[in-house]
Write a protein that binds this ligand. Structure first.
Ligand code: C5P
Length: 234
């Protein structure tokens, strides 16, 4: 079956405490919107047949402007998101139902530095028979726990702990069914799609993530990314 991609970009960017400067996915880095760069990575990968982008209902204008800056039109489906990331993903998955996909990759719109190699690695893992593929980075910092955020309560052993990235890859049917089951069960606190796969008991294969594949969350992240790209093209 063919392969699709869902790029979620319907967040408000408020969790980073930057309410006033708006959603990060529309900020410009190296002269182009974050989301434009993210979308290009998927639309330029010849293995991806269809890409859905999930945006907020208030962002149609921002989105149109961002997309004017992208190379190669390619076919792109635009749908609106929900209050939580999980809902936005489900809307994206449902928009692909008629496409008869074998696999789907689900990716954060705020990770514009995803490489072609990583996308291919996720796809390759699915094609080798895994039901879910998760790019990870082993944790290298020592991890501390503190409920009051004032003094340390304890140290969490970091061995066997990983940071989860996207794109996360799945068999299309499995992840659509898992998302629907989660919605039906009124479970809405999943922060990535592999945790929904885990919840329904699907095995999730670890693959190597990339340190460059950061999630642009704070205003500082945006500035660092902008500087990096500006230097690279100067
Ligand atoms: O806020 P969070 O870290 O979950 O955001 C990860 C990605 O999910 C971002 O690209 C954001 O735009 C997207 N998102 C979404 N719909 C929401 C919340 C987040 O598409 N309701």
């Amino acid at each position: 079956g063919s392969i699709g991609a869902v790029i979620v970009a319907a967040g408000r960017g408020e969790r980073a405490g930057n309410r006033q400067d708006g959603p990060k996915q529309y900020r410009s880095i190296g002269g182009r919107a974050v989301l434009a760069r993210t979308l290009e990575a998927f639309r330029n990968n010849p293995q991806i047949a269809k890409t859905v982008v999930v945006i907020h209902r208030d962002d149609h204008e921002l989105f149109t402007r961002a997309i004017e800056q992208t190379d190669g039109p390619g076919s792109l489906i635009v749908v609106e998101g929900g209050a939580e990331r999980q809902q936005s993903v489900l809307n994206g998955l449902e928009a692909l139902e008629s496409a008869k996909l074998g696999h789907v990759l689900i990716h954060d719109g705020v990770r514009p530095f995803v490489s072609n190699e990583l996308i291919d690695r996720v796809i390759g893992t699915l094609q080798s028979g895994e039901q879910a593929a998760l790019p990870v980075i082993a944790v290298s910092d020592t991890l501390k726990k503190s409920e009051a955020a004032k003094h340390v309560d304890g140290t969490v052993p970091r061995s066997g702990l990983y940071g989860a990235q996207t794109p996360q890859g799945f068999s299309y049917r499995d992840i659509l069914d898992a998302h629907r089951a989660a919605a039906e069960a009124n479970k809405s606190d999943f922060t990535d799609d592999c945790s929904i796969a885990e919840w329904v008991g699907l095995p999730v294969a670890l693959i190597d993530g990339e340190p460059e594949n950061v999630k642009l969350t704070t205003a500082r992240d945006i500035n660092v990314a902008d500087e990096k790209l500006t230097f690279a093209t100067a």
